[in-house]
Ligand binder design. Structure first.
Ligand SMILES: Nc1ncnc2c1ncn2[C@@H]1O[C@H](COP(=O)(O)OP(=O)(O)O)[C@@H](O)[C@H]1O
Ligand SMILES: [Mg+2]
Length: 253
């Protein structure tokens, strides 16, 4: 469903590549976790897929078609994007936020209203209670739900999520992780989810790509990464959740 072939990105004026020879293939209905330290190229990789950035080299295919064949606006109909941080339009109501893409696409008002209702319900917020509010009147977790509803509003098959739960407290975060996983399975969405939290990646992803300095070090299932890490760096990353669990266990004894 999503394919990156020998993709490079170097920003103007920079001597190093933000993304370097990335090859990646995400199957339909799969949730791929993209994990790595701050600055390793995760956000840039997502932006290349919906053409917020253009690659310096390489090809990207979505649903079998080279994304260069489509105008960015056309491409983004089929690709929902949840931004890093909360990223709602601050001066628009919740309903206006969710309606943004369908409005751009020229849907009928009645159809938009119905879709907003449906999407807000899907993420556990009612349109009658929350639709007219402003983003700042909602908790972080509720705002993040709206971000997911907005990304899903135009019925995309593909979702790109940039640290979608990063700004949330641990309890809200765990709840939303489960909820989103259910939504993803229910709708059969193909997802690339960026995170820097290995526990989150292990719990949610079908496969995980570990990235460092613009390159993918290893791509595999959680079990493959845990049992057969490609190098010391990947090992250290996948060991983190285990080490924390062990420390907790010691505290309880
Ligand atoms: N618009 C930009 N112009 C120049 N350099 C950028 C730009 N966006 C990102 N970079 C650089 O590219 C690298 C990767 O950044 P990014 O993809 O945002 O990393 P991550 O999301 O993994 O934290 C970093 O070194 C960052 O400074
Ligand atoms: Mg980022």
């Amino acid at each position: 469903m999503i394919k990156l072939k020998n993709v490079y990105k170097r920003f103007e004026g920079s001597r190093t590549h933000a993304v370097e020879n990335v090859n990646l293939s995400v199957r339909k209905g799969e949730l791929l976790g993209l994990i790595g330290e701050s600055g390793c190229g995760k956000t840039t990789t997502l932006k290349l897929i919906n053409r917020l950035e253009e690659p310096s080299q390489g090809d990207i295919l979505v649903a079998g078609e080279n994304i260069r064949k489509h105008r960015p606006e056309q491409l983004r109909r089929n690709i929902g994007y949840v931004f890093q941080g909360i990223g709602l339009f601050p001066h628009r109501t919740i309903e206006e936020n969710v309606a943004a893409v369908p409005e751009l696409l020229g849907w009928e008002p009645e159809q938009i209203r119905r879709r907003c209702n449906e999407m807000l319900n899907l993420v556990g917020l009612s349109r009658s209670e929350y639709g007219a509010r402003n983003p700042t009147d909602l908790s972080g977790g509720q705002q993040q739900r709206v971000g997911v509803a907005r990304a899903l509003a135009a019925k995309p098959e593909v979702m790109l999520m940039d640290e979608p739960f990063g700004a949330l407290d641990p309890i809200t975060r765990a709840g939303l992780q489960d909820e989103f996983k259910n939504i993803q399975l229910q709708l059969g969405l193909t997802v690339i989810m960026v995170t820097h939290d290995m526990t989150e990646a292990l719990l949610m992803a079908d496969r995980i790509a570990v990235m460092r300095n613009g390159r993918i070090l290893q791509l595999g299932t959680p079990a493959e990464l845990l049992n057969d890490p490609a190098d010391d760096y990947v090992q250290e990353f996948v060991d983190m959740p285990r080490r924390r669990a062990e420390r907790l266990e010691q505290l309880m004894n």
